[in-house]
Design a protein around this ligand. Structure first.
Ligand SMILES: *Cc1c(COP(=O)(O)O)cnc(C)c1O
Length: 224
């Protein structure tokens, strides 16, 4: 969808919510997934109408970009929940802990240790997700599938992080369903309850596979 599509932000948001509900309706119990609106590359003037339409959870993949637009938006709208969904360098961990409310990209021991120290220092104990490299792709961030259960345990026991779930981005060239199902099995093994999976092209599939949270960018904000 182009950013110049005739629909308003509120209409696009409502359309995504309807599609999410329809997907959830096909599940026993019909639990509703949380929508994270991915606003990367879009500025405050594009984000504000989505907030005005009622959306509260937002995702950004770069700390520096988020620092340029979110402090003002967060002071204007006090109940925003900002998710970091991109790779985090340890030298940006302090900034990330200061600005974000959820960290979804914990994927190595050094980062877990540094994040833990920053959370202690700033007294901000944020919920975190462990990112899993579910397709075993060389270029992608995330802990290996075979390492996930042990890494979640270390994050909790050794570093004291509040790991609430797993996050993944499946390989673009494959059907995502089997990867989502595998992430769900891993979460059960690791003893975490939340699953952050599904983007604009596959969030309905993710919900069918048990996503508790989907991360939707272009379907909401337009093409980047
Ligand atoms: C950009 C991004 C999304 C959203 O992607 P869309 O295809 O635009 O919905 C979701 N998750 C992560 C980690 C991203 O970087």
């Amino acid at each position: 969808m182009s950013p110049n599509a005739p629909e308003t932000a509120a209409q696009r948001l409502a359309d995504i919510k309807t599609r999410m509900d329809r997907a959830a309706g096909r599940l026993e119990g019909g639990a509703r997934a949380n929508l994270v609106a991915v606003s990367k590359t879009f500025d405050a003037s594009a984000i504000a109408p989505v907030i005005e339409a009622g959306q509260r959870h937002f995702g950004e993949n770069r700390v520096q970009e988020a620092q340029g637009k979110w402090p003002a938006l967060k002071s204007a709208y006090r109940d925003i929940v900002l998710h970091l969904i991109g790779p985090l360098q340890t030298n940006k961990a302090g900034d990330a802990v200061g600005l974000f409310d959820v960290i979804e990209s914990v994927d190595r021991d050094k980062l877990a240790r540094v994040l833990s120290g920053e959370m202690e220092k700033q007294n901000r104990h944020l919920p975190c997700f462990v990112q899993v490299n579910i397709g075993g792709e060389e270029q992608k961030a995330g802990v290996a599938v075979s390492e996930t259960v042990a890494f979640v345990a270390r994050c909790r026991d050794q570093y004291g992080l509040d790991i609430v779930g797993l996050m993944c981005i499946p390989p673009v060239e494959d059907a995502p369903g089997p990867y989502f199902a595998q992430l769900a099995r891993l979460a059960t093994e690791a003893g975490v309850s939340q699953l952050s999976m599904g983007m604009s092209s596959d969030f309905e599939t993710a919900i069918l596979m048990g996503a508790t949270q989907v991360r939707v960018g272009s379907a909401l904000f337009g093409a980047r």
